[in-house]
Design a protein. Structure first.
Length: 93
């Protein structure tokens, strides 16, 4: 019984480690896609996104579709912009 319990705990620990690695991989992929979005919104190429650049960018239907792949809608991204803006009216890409 003790051997079975030991093996079961080892398998559970291994599964938990695999799940953590998978979650970390998903987070990195999401961050990369979000960075791709912000780089696309930086139409001036200055490394910053102004709210006007952002608003213009999200009017494109292709961008809205892309946002859906990030599980965001346009109103959520506006909230995201506001949260990331440090008060200067822009977000660094």
């Amino acid at each position: 019984t003790a051997l079975f319990l030991k093996d079961t705990l080892a398998v559970a620990a291994s599964d938990a480690e695999l799940q953590m690695k998978e979650k970390e991989k998903e987070k990195k992929a999401y961050a990369a896609r979000l960075l791709e979005f912000f780089n696309g919104a930086d139409t001036s190429g200055d490394g910053k996104i102004t709210f006007s650049e952002f608003q213009e960018f999200v009017t494109d239907p292709r961008v809205r579709t892309y946002l859906m792949t990030l599980e965001l809608d346009a109103s959520e991204t506006e909230n995201l912009f506001t949260m990331l803006d440090d008060g200067d009216g822009s977000v660094t890409a």
